[in-house]
Design a protein around this ligand. Sequence first.
Ligand code: TRP
Ligand code: SF4
Length: 425
Amino acid sequence: MISPWEVTGEIDYGRLIQEFGMEPFSSLLPEIEDPMHLMKRGVIFGHRDYWRIVEAMKKGNRFAVMSGFMPSGLPHFGHKMTMDEIVWHNRKGGIAFVGIADMEAHAVRGLSWEETHRIGIEYVKAIIALGLDENSVIYFQSANHSVRDLAFELGEEVNWSELKAIYGFDGETTLAKMFVTAIQAGDILLPQLPFYGGPKPTVVPVGADQDPHLRLTRDLSSRVSIFAFERIENGVRVRSRKGKKYLNELENLEFDLKFFEEHVDISGEPERIERAVREIEVRLGGYAFIPPSSTYHKFITGLQGGKMSSSKPESFISLLDSPDDAERKVRKALTGGRATAEEQRRLGGQPERCVVFELYTIHLLDDRELEEVENDCRSGKMLCGQCKRIAVEKVRGFLRELHEKMSEAESRLDMYRIISRSDSL
Ligand code: TRP
Ligand code: SF4
């Protein structure tokens, strides 16, 4: 079972793509120039409309990357995956938005505002330490009035039956928890508000459990916008969701237009048409949102097998763990090794079942090192003890450097646009 607030059982990612109606990421991979390691290694397995981002990166057009972190527990290696995805897109030219989901942590997990603030700041320091640029927008949900206002507007388009169908809410669900879904939709569409330069492709890197939020937000992005687009033979069919009168506003477009009772058919290059129509909508005071794109990464396995969970500190390496604590956890981690050394030399290890190898794949090794470890593991040349010594050194080195960068980030926080908790709460 997979929902934004609960994930249990084994996951078949191929089936998930089908059931959720995502696209497999592998089909877009060849289009991406210098893809990040999580893409190449199949950790990012699915997407929605990521072609918009690929195109923007190719053409040097504006785009945004946005994701959120719920500060209910300390940031760990699972969050680092999302942070790395944000930073990668940021380096590729995307303007980055980072939401600290303190409203969600407060409403769903019951943390006090003091706690969400204290923990939230650690996420902020971590992502800055990982390389986020100073032009990024970092905010706490509770302090961001644009997000809260937008959430309220979006809420006008959602009724109870829909929330129930998407999230499985029932009679016990609180209003605050329901509102948090609108807040998350507000997070995702924030980068497209006029204040930030209006409509632009936005990618939201997340774990697969967040997909319901994306489905809802993509839907809402169209519902609150004036013009709706449908690709036709040699162009685009445009309808108005807010009354026929808006269609007349398209009259002066420099394309070949055919007016019908309920729609206008425009021939030409679809991208250019949609951009021109959205410009008109913005001038008319509409949102003209582009449905957000998303990428989905696999869940990271807990160090003892099973799910990694922020409520079980032994199941993950926190980005704040001391190198010694991290070492202890790596030493106890589940591997794909055999019952005896003799057996492992004969049969080789099983990296696909090994948590240490997963750490290597997702965070610690470059392509060449990874291949070497995999070969030495499969051939039985290297045993798990020796392999873990490598992992320990890598993790210690990584944490030492990260902690230095985090304290440096702390002293530079005022260089960033951080929208922090207001005192009204
Ligand atoms: N709900 C997400 C989580 O539990 C956090 C989140 C809040 C988020 N706002 C978001 C994720 C916007 C992506 C985009 O991890
Ligand atoms: Fe995992 Fe390394 Fe053991 Fe292979 S040798 S099973 S990669 S710990």
